[in-house]
Every structure is written in C-alpha cells, then in structure tokens.
Design a protein around this ligand. Structure first.
Ligand SMILES: *[C@@H]1O[C@H](CO)[C@@H](O)[C@H](O)[C@H]1NC(C)=O
Ligand SMILES: *[C@@H]1O[C@H](CO)[C@@H](O)[C@H](O)[C@H]1NC(C)=O
Ligand SMILES: *[C@@H]1O[C@H](CO)[C@@H](O)[C@H](O)[C@H]1NC(C)=O
Ligand SMILES: *[C@@H]1O[C@H](CO)[C@@H](O)[C@H](O)[C@H]1NC(C)=O
Ligand SMILES: [Zn+2]
Length: 954
C-alpha cells in the first residue's frame, strides 16, 4: 500500500503543542550511572474474567477483587501530594467513565497533572486491542475513539507518545505500521516467543526499529519497539500492591524484620541482570500489574523507600519515578544504532508446547459478529452526514452512535474478539454490539430508524433489519406479499452482490418479474440450524447492482401466475457415487463421486486446472498429561493430541446438487455429518468460488474436545511457504517450522505453524496461486506442500491454565453446542493476476452491502426519485466512483461540524502491475452532499494535525 493518509474537512484552527508537557517534563537521569526508570502502572482489561462494567465498579468480586474506579480515586491524590510521583493510564473506555463522575475541582487537578506530565496517557486507545484477530479498520477506529477523547478533554499535552501493548498474545506488523502513522514514537510490549526473548536477551537486542510496512517508505511506518523485561510485572520480590504477597520494605533497624539491605541487594541484582540485556545505561521497570493500585499508597510508600535506599547505597545506579515516554526519550538521546525488524511476532509461545494459536479461532460466532458490526458502524458513520453532529462522548443514549462506537472499541480488547474471556463476559460483548447496532431501540427506535433511512435512502419509511438472514429467518419477507429491499453499499465504488432473501412460496406464487432471479430451496443444513423457527421454504436469489457509496431498492411482489411452476421446477438432487460439476463463465469445480469431496478447480480463462481436494477434519484436543499438566488445549492454547486430524464424515460426505433453471447460481451440498455441512456455490458473473461452512453442535460426548478445520490439498509445489495477511492489510510470507530471526526448536508441528488469518491465506508455486479469503479471523497454516488449512470452530472440555478458568464450551440458543456458519471464497489464478482479485474481493467482503427492508415503496414525491417498475431508486453520494486501488476507509462527522475522511491506497508495492501505482483522488469533488471549505491533514488517529507533530528520529 503506497500510503494511508487522512484528511479533515473542516474550517478549523490549528493548535500548537504546549512545550511544558510531553518530553520536556522528563527526568533523564545521570550520565555516569545506570538509570532505572520505575513506571507505576495498572493493567486494566476492558473485560476478561468480569465484564467491563463489573471491573469498573469492582462488583462480582467472588471471581476476582478488582475495581478500576478505586484505582483512579486512589492514585490521583498520591500524584497531587508529591510532584516526583508519576502514573500512566491506558484504557480510555475506563478513564472516560471515571472522568464523567468527577467534580470540577477534581477535573482541574487532573488537567494540571496531565499538563505537567505527572499523569501520562499511554497508548490512549479505547482499549488495548488484540493484534491477531482484529481488522485494521476496527483498530484505527478504536484508537481514534480514545485518542480524540483525550485531545478533546485535555488538549495536545495528553497526546500519547508511546504505544503500550503489554498484554496481547503476539504482535502484528500492521499494528506497528498503524502506530507509526498515528504519530507514536515508540511501542513497548510484554509477550513474545520464549526462545526469541532468550535470544534477544543474549545479544542485547530487546529494542529495535520495526519496519511496519513493505510498501511505505522509511520512516513513515518505522516504529521504535521495545520488549519489557518482566512482561509487565515488577522484578521478583518487588510487587508492593495491597494484594501482593512480597515483603514490604521494613526500615526501622530497631524492629525485628528490618530488611533494607536485603531488599537493596536483591533489587540491585535484578537491575544489573536486566541492564545486561539492554544497550544503554537506562532500563525501565514496570511497577504494577493487573488491576493494581486500588490502594496505591501501598505501592508508592514502598517505591519511595526503594528509591531512597537504593540511591543512598551508592551502587552506581539511580532510581526515579518515570514513564515509558521518558524512558523512550532517554533512549533516543543515547547514541545507538538500532537493528531493523521486518517480520512480526507471531505465533507466541511462552514455553515449549504452549502455542497461543488457538485463540486465532476461539469463539467464531463472536469473531464473526465483531466483523459484521464493523460494517454497521461504518454505514452508521456515513449515514450520519445528514444528521446533527454526533455527540460522540455523551452517555445519554439519545440518537447517538456512541453506543456502537463504544461497543466496537471494547470488542477489540485482547480478551474480547480474541475469544479469551469467560463466557458471561463474551455474552456481554455480544450484547453491547447488539445494543449498538440497535442503538435506536434505546429511546425511540422507529424515529431513529427513520432518520437513518432518510440519510441512506432519502425516504423516511422505517428500515427493518433481519439479523438472521444467514439462516433464512426474516418475518417480513417470509410472510408479506409485498416488500422493499433496500441495499446500501458503503464502498466508494460500484459493486454488485447476489442477495438471498428468504421467502415462503406456495406453489402458485411468483416473485419479482422481469428481473433475473432464482428460487433456491432452503437447504437441509439451514433447516437443521433453524429448527422450529421460520417458515421460508426458498431463498429468492438475484443480483443487486449498487452505486458507489449509495443504495438501490428492489420491490418484491408475489403474485399468482402459471409461470411459477418453471421457477420452482429445479430441485435439489441427491448424487450417489457419481462425479458432478458446477460451472460458470470463470470456474469449473468438480466433485468426486467416490470421495464426495471437491476434486479439482479449473480457471477457464487462464486455462489452469488444479486438483483441489477439500475436506473437513478435526484435531482432538490434548488434555495434557501428568508431568506436563499445563499443556492442555484451551481458549488460548492450541495443542492437538496427534498431528493427523480425523475426518468429520464417517466414510464420505453425502452430496447433492442444485442447478437453477437459468443457472444464476449452482450449488453443491455436502453433509459430512449431522454437525458439519458445506455448500459450494458458483454465481453467474462472479469470479470466485463461495464455500459456506456450517459446523456444530460439536459433539463432545466422547470427552474429546474438537477443533474443526477445513483443509485444501493441491499439487502445487509450495515447499513450506505460505502467505497470510496482517490485520487484513499487508501480506507476510510464512514458512513451516521457520522463524526469520532466530533458530526455531519446533515443539508443536501443527500449532507452532499456525498464524492469524484475518482476511486471506494463500499458497502458490511459480505460476499458480490458490487464495482462500475468510469472513472473520481464523487460525491457518500450510503443514505440507501444496496444502493449506483454516481452523473454523473449536469446542473444548479442558482448560489451558492461562487464567480464564473455564472450558471453551460454547452453547447456542438451544442449550447444546454452538452452531457457527461462515464463508470462505476461493480464487485460483496466475500469481500475477491474483493480487488484484483478492484485494478487491477482500474489500467487498469486509464492507459488504447492508441489507434492510421496508414495508412500502418510498413516496413518489421524493426529489430525484426515478420510477422504474422493479428497480426504482438508485442514488450515489459520490460525484464519481473512486478508482479500484483507492479505498474510502472511513467517513464521519466531528462534533464541530467537520468531516473526517480516511482514504487509503489498498495495493501493496509491486503487487499488481497497474493497480499498485500511485493514484490521485480529488477530495474536493468526492462527495455530492457537501462543499469543502478547507481541508487539513491529520494523523491517522485523527487526534492531531500532521503539521504539528514531529516524531522522534532514530
Ligand atoms: C557505572 O554505571 C555506568 C552505566 O551503566 C557504567 O558505564 C560504569 O562503568 C559504571 N561504573 C562503575 C564504577 O561500575
Ligand atoms: C459443556 O457444555 C455442555 C452443554 O451445556 C455441558 O453439558 C457440559 O457439562 C459442558 N462440559 C464442560 C466440561 O464444561
Ligand atoms: C447468523 O448471523 C447472526 C448475526 O450476525 C449471528 O449472531 C449468528 O451467529 C449467525 N448464525 C450462525 C449459525 O452462524
Ligand atoms: C485538539 O485539541 C485542541 C485543544 O482543544 C484543539 O484546538 C484541536 O483542534 C484538537 N485537534 C483536533 C485534531 O481535533
Ligand atoms: Zn490484559
């Protein structure tokens, strides 16, 4: 990607940065000594063992005693009473709640502390997001939400300089690139592979420059990156929280347990050991941990003593209160040539056999819903341009899209979308997203829906959303003889999408006339998922052509006619021991009657035919053994008991086939078992193969936890190489049993080769590439040449002892195991023409059109309304569509009536011979609805003007 830039369109003043804050308040220590930066901090998960609300108030303490409100209540007076003390705060989802509860005097005090750099915001996102299962769009939004809150509340002084990802379980390169573009000067984190860490300690390479992009020129995506010595904990023996067990410093020599010398010696030894792993005479110690500092006097009192006694002991070291940015600033002044890193920090293992690669797939339902909600948030923001300016930070719930923004912000947390929270917390995340989606229902749903409808379609008929179209549930469309389908396309280029609308057809009814359409019977798999719900017996399939950033509406009317019969004539046919083929103008997909499996794919235009065998398999989860009790599979850890998975089908899947009368869509159905189903589809005019999987309830009566994968085997000579995306953006090369920067001792031949797949994974030989795109984050790998696999669902009975304390044993609405349904899309083409296809398709997947329904057609008096019989309203909000290599990432209003627009080049350097080239967009004439009076470039996080920010030079 050649660039990611962002622009604000508003008449706005520029603020110059206040010089009394930021780096100017730093203590840089003494040149001749070892300088120990003590960083008091708390790590406050935005939901994990308890929900975000329970953590804030400190309720539900039978699970764990933790209350974020008390932490801030306790720390602020400590800071006010002693100017030498420092504290950092990270999660704005929590801080913003606390702030709203303070009186003016307290607010003034806190502002003062921020101005003086004594209370410093670090990272400043709504949460500390996961890096494996998040999409870059959602990362940018959640960071923006927090960073703009800080700027609005405290001004430029509060702008975080340091990104702080101390707990996420592995680190993506795209995240580094995004941080660099948000103006951060550095990143610190705590978790990396144990072998990588040992090696770095040995060669003093704990800190380096991370090159976050292979497309952006240095230093735009370069980020100074440091590993914390102790994760994010204090050195052994120095946890002084009220809930810690370490000895306090007892400094009255007359008393029995006097321990000053012992403590000083132990600390000095820890500091020297740490200094040995780092390059300069500065080291940073993280003095805090999960939810600590609720009684901060205990910490500060002991740290005061530690500082006093170590400094007095003349040990050639000086201790002081500091912050990560002051430590970073000190490093920036040291004269060191830092190494460059170009790969990423996946996968993460904290010990042999303990690969944190299960969470790439854990909770597929939640992961899918988070992705779906992202689309909804983008549409809401776009539609908002016709509404009054967004009251972004108000909690009154009035016609505010804050809800979905907050919910999405919280959902990106490293125990949320990652799937590593307790079940009741996962339910809470999903509920928040639902309420955000349904924000309108809070006060007056109908009113609000009308407003959205007006913004999107220009008519104020209420919009009706059907959340379960994926399983053919929609009250309106199944029962009504006339309704309107409204489809809104959030992309700034025109697209077409096949819609599938559940309808109930009695034998004499027919649907919209004069429009290519197909009635497809509701599948056996869908009926089994749907159970007793719904009455639709067909899906009405037709192609909706949609304008750039605009909508189209379709009227569906059922009437009596004799022609019905022909529409319904085509039925699903069982196939027994017979090869079958489906084909459209681009692909021919063959299935082998003997195995019941996909056998080959032919790309007709490219003349490529590749044997492709696809199967659904499962790994049995390791329950650990007596010597190594911790090596269970769990929500975080993936550890199959044996490396060869079992087949989901007992023998072979049952095949059936549907070829519609007009070949609009052809489908092959596979039933692998009562709990694993698949449909492979080819739509006319679509250059991709759609694979819809349905898995669950995963049976566990045999006491085996199961992890279900979809595996593709081809004859491509790939020699252990495969490719996965980083947060849905740039692509990284992966290689089996190999890490680019250290010699790997592989302890898990399957799990140790799994990587996050947010949007696509591919393999290729010299000529041909097989790409699989997905609709939610999953773990994936290529374990032997020509093969690739994605883990799509998992249900476990054991626990991996990483803290969550529950089996990942999700249940669905009916009390049995969770059923999950999702899609993969396959592309098979030459290597050179694949990038163009997967880039555009990935964009269409994650910002797919929003489908809603209305009872009636819009009023004919609406200006611009063009009457056509069955397709009568078609409107775009852009003057001309963007070129295919440019993606309109976000479009939203600001509180002062401006607009923030993010536009990105979505192709990597040299990825495509034409589309990778630079492109020019005129923002002035981009949107039809507004006039641009002035325009300024912002940092990616939208919290500062680009011209006001200079990043540190390394
Ligand atoms: C004191 O510490 C500094 C910085 O680590 C080091 O360069 C110096 O050699 C040390 N001096 C002594 C006497 O150990
Ligand atoms: C898993 O869930 C099922 C269904 O709710 C329940 O019967 C079973 O006891 C659970 N097993 C474990 C280990 O949690
Ligand atoms: C269908 O979609 C809804 C809404 O996104 C989701 O909650 C549900 O899990 C999906 N159903 C299946 C079987 O995946
Ligand atoms: C940040 O806050 C300052 C002070 O309130 C304001 O002048 C400036 O416009 C804000 N920056 C952005 C990008 O909104
Ligand atoms: Zn955490």
């Amino acid at each position: 990607m050649l660039g990611l830039f962002i622009v604000i369109l508003a008449s706005c003043c520029t603020a110059s940065a206040d010089v009394s804050c930021g780096y100017h308040s730093c203590n840089l220590g003494e040149a001749e000594k070892l300088n120990v930066h003590l960083v008091p901090h708390t790590h406050d998960d935005v939901g994990w063992l308890k929900t975000v609300d329970q953590y804030y108030y400190g309720s539900n303490s039978s699970i764990v005693i933790a209350g974020v409100q008390y932490i801030l209540d306790s720390v602020i007076p400590q800071l006010l009473s002693d100017p030498s003390k420092r504290f950092i705060y990270v999660e704005i989802a929590f801080f913003s709640r606390w702030w709203e509860e303070q009186n003016d005097a307290m607010k003034e005090n806190v502002k003062q502390l921020v101005q003086e750099g004594r209370l410093e915001f670090i990272l400043g996102g709504w949460c500390m997001n996961d890096e494996a299962s998040t999409h870059y769009n959602a990362i940018i939004d959640q960071m923006t939400h927090g960073l703009r809150y800080l700027n609005d509340t405290f001004g430029a002084c509060a702008r975080p300089r340091v990104a702080w990802q101390i707990d996420p379980f592995g680190h993506s390169r795209e995240q580094a690139s995004l941080f660099a573009q948000m103006g951060f000067d550095g990143l610190f984190f705590g978790r990396l592979d144990y072998e990588d860490k040992e090696n770095r300690e040995k060669i003093r390479n704990m800190e380096e420059i991370w090159r976050g992009s292979q497309s952006l020129t240095s230093p735009h995506a370069d980020l100074f990156t440091g590993v914390d010595e102790n994760g994010y904990n204090p050195p052994d023996g120095f946890c002084f929280d009220a809930f810690c067990r370490d000895q306090p410093i007892m400094d009255n020599p007359a008393l029995e347990d006097y321990n000053v010398e012992e403590k000083v010696d132990k600390f000095v030894a820890a500091a020297l050991k740490q200094a040995n792993h780092f390059q300069t005479n500065h080291i940073m110690m993280t003095m805090g941990s999960d939810f600590e500092y609720s009684n901060s006097n205990v910490w500060y009192k002991n740290l005061d003593k530690l500082i006093k006694y170590v400094n007095a002991a003349d040990k050639n070291m000086t201790l002081f209160y500091s912050t990560p940015s002051c430590y970073l600033y000190a490093l920036n002044h040291a004269n060191v040539m830092w190494n460059i890193k170009k790969d990423d920090f996946f996968p993460y293992a904290d010990a042999p056999h303990q690969y944190w690669t299960g969470y790439f797939t854990s909770r597929p339902g939640l992961k899918g819903y988070v992705r779906e909600s992202n689309k909804y948030l983008q549409v809401m923001c776009q539609s908002h341009k016709n509404l009054q300016p967004l009251q972004v930070y108000s909690y009154d719930g009035q016609l505010s899209f804050t809800w979905i923004r907050d919910a999405m912000g919280v959902a990106q947390h490293h125990d949320a979308v990652s799937g590593t929270s307790k079940q009741h917390v996962a339910n809470d995340y999903a509920k928040r997203l639902y309420e955000g989606f349904d924000a309108c229902s809070v006060s007056s749903r109908e009113e609000c829906n009308k407003v959205i409808s007006t913004a999107l379609t220009g008519n104020n008929e209420q919009l009706i959303f059907c959340d379960y179209l994926n399983i053919t549930l929609c009250d309106l469309t199944q029962s009504s003889n006339q309704f309107v389908v409204m489809v809104y396309n959030p992309l700034a280029r025109g697209v077409s999408k096949y819609l599938r609308i559940p309808v109930k057809i009695n034998f004499y009814l027919i649907i919209l006339n004069k429009f290519a359409q197909q009635l497809v019977p509701v599948s056996e798999a869908t009926l089994s998922v749907r159970r007793n719900r719904g009455s639709a017996n067909c899906e009405l399939v037709f192609l909706a052509k949609l304008p750039a950033l605009g909508h189209n509406t379709f009227q569906v009317t059922k009437h009596k006619t004799s022609k019905t019969v022909s529409l319904l004539k085509t039925k699903v046919e069982k196939v027994i021991n017979q090869d079958v083929t489906i084909t459209n103008e681009f692909y021919k997909v063959k299935f082998d009657g003997n195995t019941g499996l996909m056998a080959s794919i032919e790309n007709i235009a490219s003349g490529i035919t590749v044997p492709v065998k696809q199967d659904m398999l499962w790994y049995n989860a390791s329950m650990g053994n007596d010597e190594n009790i911790n090596s269970h599979t769990g929500a975080y850890i993936f550890r199959p008991n044996v490396s060869t998975p079992f087949q989901c089908s007992n023998g072979k899947p049952q095949l059936s086939i549907f070829k519609g009368s007009n070949l609009l869509v052809q489908e092959v159905y596979q039933k692998f078992s009562d709990w694993v189903w698949q449909v492979i589809r080819l739509y006319a005019g679509k250059k991709q193969i759609e694979v819809e999987w349905t898995v669950g309830p995963i049976p566990v009566q045999d006491k085996w936890g199961k992890e279900i994968i979809s595996r593709y085997e081809t004859n491509l000579e790939t020699n252990g190489y495969f490719y996965t995306d980083s947060n849905g953006r740039e692509i990284l090369e992966r290689r089996k049993d190999y890490r680019p920067t250290w010699h790997l001792n592989q302890s898990e031949s399957v799990a140790g080769n799994y990587y996050p797949v947010n949007s696509r994974i591919y393999i290729h030989d010299n000529q041909v590439q097989l790409t699989v795109l997905n609709d939610r984050s999953q773990g994936g790998s290529s374990l032997s040449t020509g093969q690739l696999e994605l883990m799509i669902h998992r249900r476990l009975l054991g626990e991996d002892s990483k803290g969550v304390g529950e089996a990942l044993n999700e249940t669905g609405q009916f009390g049995d195991g969770l059923i999950s349904r999702g899609k993969h899309w396959l592309l098979l083409d030459t290597v050179t023409s694949s990038a163009k296809q997967h880039r555009l398709l990935a964009e269409e997947i994650y910002m797919s059109p929003l489908v809603a329904f209305q009872h009636h057609a819009p009023s004919t008096t609406h200006i611009g309304w063009k009457q056509r019989r069955y397709n009568y309203f078609f409107e775009s909000h852009v003057t001309s569509p963007l070129p295919p290599n440019i993606h309109l990432l976000t479009l939203s209003t600001t509180t002062d009536g401006g607009y923030i627009v993010r536009v990105e080049h979505q192709f990597e350097k040299n990825e495509d011979s034409t589309l990778s080239k630079p492109a020019t967009v005129s923002l002035k004439n981009l949107l039809t609805d507004f006039h641009v009076s002035s325009c300024e470039e912002l940092l990616l996080g939208g919290n500062a003007f680009k011209q006001d920010v200079t990043r540190l030079n390394w």
